[in-house]
Design a binder for this molecule. Structure first.
Ligand code: GAL
Length: 407
């Protein structure tokens, strides 16, 4: 009996030191980045119990999270990102991290947009770990050098570069047909056409008529016209498979969020030496962002100490530098030394630091709308991209109608 009781005490003490973490980081660099957080936690005798759900952009992880919460098996920590964190907070599911935030002076340390994304109704409900930039054009410098080409700054230059490459038998632009990846390309084109102010208005003010704007039509038409520079037919490949293909030389350019840079680095490739990084044409000086945040799920405060330790550590300067270097994102803090970042990250961090005027929230990566609108945009854009007979104006009308219905 006594031995049994002791065992139970030991087991529960052990369990109390463990945090069950649900996230969607399964590529090589994502795994390494998660491991860097787990190592930091281990330093405080807290074990990261991994609950990774494959699927880029969290497509699967969000569904699993919902079903785990509904069945009473919520993880202790979950990768919950964007304004919908508020829905979870409103249900009383999230631990408030106000004490940690005050002790660590997060409000001063974080960029204002990041600070806003960590809060709901004046309470801190998530810890931010990194800022991703989506509007990146990766290119292969050796191919550009061979043909005397420069990374295109606008779409006219892009067309010239792409035509040149195609004539030389090189696929100009890599792309997967996975819906979220198509929509990720689209949101960069939307930003290029509209600029950050109209982009934000379209998604935030939700005036259905904005979807009928000529700039939206032009972004859709650009999306379709880019198909002629992509391999046909397009394969449905995960983004990390795409990164491997790009590293092998499948195409000369690729538009993807900078988690791709983390992945290319994990293959031993370095920015400026093995691959180049520029802004998507027409978006220099703009920052289409996705901020990764973790929220702490709590019903009985049984893991509060460990959850607070997680939050404190994840946002600390040393962990921010180590983690983000691997992940491809940049620190959420304003008080780091940018000399520590590679040129591409420095560009991202400094651009984001210019403030809201240059920032645009990613639709696909949950920064801009609720889940319903995000899913509708992805579905409509993907359908339009796959079926050439659908006119852009039909997609615009549908998105206006959906936006009205969901408002
Ligand atoms: C984003 C997320 C990144 C990265 C990417 C690919 O939504 O912010 O951290 O994981 O998806 O899955």
């Amino acid at each position: 009996m006594v031995a049994g009781a002791l065992l139970w005490v030991a087991a529960s003490a052990h369990a109390a030191q463990t945090l069950d973490v649900l996230h969607w980081w399964t590529s090589i660099s994502e795994r390494q980045a998660a491991n860097s957080l787990a190592t930091a936690l281990a330093g405080e005798q807290i074990t990261w119990r991994d609950a990774a759900i494959p699927g880029g952009a969290g497509v699967g992880a969000f569904k699993v999270l919902k079903s785990r919460v509904l069945s009473g098996h919520a993880p202790d920590v979950a990768q919950l990102i964007g304004p919908t964190i508020g829905d979870w907070a409103q249900l009383g599911l999230l631990l408030e991290l106000d004490d940690v935030a005050t002790d660590e002076d997060w409000q001063t340390a974080f960029f204002p947009t990041v600070w806003k994304l960590s809060r709901f109704q004046r309470h801190v409900v998530a810890v931010p770990v990194g800022i991703h930039r989506i509007n990146n054009l990766y290119y292969r410098p050796e191919v550009f050098a061979e043909f005397g080409l420069l990374p295109p700054r606008n779409w006219a230059e892009f067309e010239r570069v792409a035509a040149h490459l195609q004539r030389a038998g090189i696929t100009p632009l890599a792309q997967s047909s996975e819906p979220w990846q198509v929509a990720t390309l689209f949101e960069t084109l939307l930003l290029a056409e509209t600029g950050p102010a109209f982009y934000r208005q379209l998604l935030r003010q939700r005036d259905p008529n904005d979807w009928l704007d000529a700039r939206v039509r032009r972004a859709l038409e650009r999306l379709r016209s880019l198909k002629r520079w992509m391999p046909q037919p397009l394969a449905q490949r995960s983004w990390d498979e795409m990164a491997r293909g790009f590293a092998r030389g499948d195409a000369a350019m690729w538009v993807m969020g900078d988690w791709a840079r983390g992945e290319l680095n994990s293959f031993g490739l370095e920015v400026d030496r093995h691959f180049g990084c520029a802004a998507v044409p027409g978006t220099a000086g703009m920052h289409l962002y996705s901020v990764d945040t973790f929220a702490m799920l709590s019903d009985d405060y049984g893991k509060q100490r460990q959850q607070e330790a997680f939050a404190r550590l994840a946002a600390s300067v040393p962990v921010q530098l180590t983690y983000n270097r691997i992940k491809g994102s940049v620190p959420v803090r304003r008080d780091i030394d940018p000399a520590q970042l590679d040129p591409c990250s420095r560009q991202s961090w400094q651009t984001f630091g210019q403030g809201e005027a240059v920032q645009a929230p990613s639709i696909v990566h949950r920064m801009a709308t609720d889940e319903g609108m995000k899913d509708a945009i992805i579905a409509q854009v993907h359908r339009y991209f796959s079926e050439d007979q659908i006119p852009a104006t039909e997609v615009q009308r549908r998105l206006a109608a959906i936006s009205k219905a969901l408002k």
